[in-house]
Design a protein around this ligand. Sequence first.
Ligand code: 13P
Length: 250
Amino acid sequence: MRRPLIAGNWKMNGDAAEADALFRALAAVRPGGADLVVCPPFTALAAAQQSLSDTCIQWGAQNVYPAASGAYTGEISPAMLTSLGCRWCICGHSERRQLLGETDDFIRRKVRAVLDAGMMPILCVGETADERRGGRTASVVQREVEEGLRDAAADEAARLVVAYEPVWAIGAGQAATAAEAQEVCGWIRECLFRLFGQDAASSARILYGGSVGQGNIADFLSEPDIDGALIGGASLRADEFISIYDTAKA
Ligand code: 13P
């Protein structure tokens, strides 16, 4: 049985005061049979460690640079993240693929670096509206999963999370239907099976992301291959984020 996972991606939101307020509000959450993770900006990770250490909430980063240290101005290493208690790191979010030109190869190196540091990568994959209209959803998602996980091993699968985030549903207020999301998440699990075998495919968690809120989370969670959600906008509203987590626990 896979444990449900609710992860919040704050993106570039939350200054120091806003992050503190949000952590304080989230700290009221009651633990249960699901994992809850927040990924604030780098600038709020030390505060996350301070505020959340005694709670059931885990925290992670939205990005990492795949090197141990050195002349990489502006970048953050895996060890810097683990030194702040990060257990998770988002890799290959579509905003970084599109706005910052991240390639499958670069993302593959990030996933490897995150695993090597003992953290859990959340590999984001998903097609654009054009790719969906052109019937290329399966091939795009399959390529992003295979390339992103090429250097991972079957015995690491329990630490792997793949988030299916159709680009057209992100921040759109209009999510994919649960059936649309399930179809693609099913392909992703088949892909994991081809890469790593049955045990790994059944232990890796697959999330849906894109306009998830308290109104639709239950629909996604009722699908067999959807183990949780990666949440943008609604993760900035403590009440809604906690209510989503409560649904996942139930
Ligand atoms: P929204 O929940 O705001 O659509 O964002 C989804 C997302 O990109 C999470 O990584």
